[in-house]
Ligand binder design. Structure first.
Ligand code: 5GP
Ligand code: ZN
Length: 135
């Protein structure tokens, strides 16, 4: 574990957190700066930096725990929907470099909106791009 990882410190109990779920491989606690009421983070007990660094096993555990947390937020907070969000890398807004999944409960008419707008493209451009990625 890196000395300065705040999520490892939360896992070890060196820093406080409002835990809502835990199992053998993961814990989940409330985000300190929530986007909506009940915004939670699912964190694997093993330290890895991000999506690309994590093992497939840890990723599977994080997804399974995210489903359980989503169910809790639906059942206990009457969430109408859920967004899962993972940021991988600084350019993608990652600020804490221990893999985590945001589980964000959504409520009909809540004010949360995506900051970007989808752009237009055409099928030829998409085909070329797919070729570039596959090659
Ligand atoms: P990221 O920006 O890396 O995708 O998400 C990191 C998240 O961790 C942010 O939403 C931030 O509010 C949350 N966070 C940062 N430090 C702490 C902390 O000490 N405790 C808790 N509960 N959440 C934290
Ligand atoms: Zn860590």
């Amino acid at each position: 574990m890196p000395d300065d990882c705040i999520f490892c410190k939360i896992l070890e109990g060196e820093l406080p957190s409002a835990r809502i779920y835990e199992d053998e491989h993961t814990i989940a606690f409330l985000d300190i700066n929530p986007w909506t009421r009940g915004h939670s983070l699912v964190v694997p007990r093993n330290h890895s930096r991000d999506l690309l660094d994590a093992s497939d096993e840890d990723l599977a555990h994080v997804i399974a725990a995210s489903k359980r947390v989503a169910g809790l937020l639906r059942d206990k907070l009457s969430a109408d929907g859920i967004n899962l969000l993972n940021s991988c890398g600084e350019a993608a807004w990652q600020t804490v470099f221990h893999l985590h999944m945001h589980v964000i409960p959504r409520y009909v008419d809540d004010p949360l909106r995506l900051p970007g707008r989808p752009q237009q493209t055409d099928p030829e451009e998409l085909a070329e791009l797919a070729e570039e990625i596959r090659a």
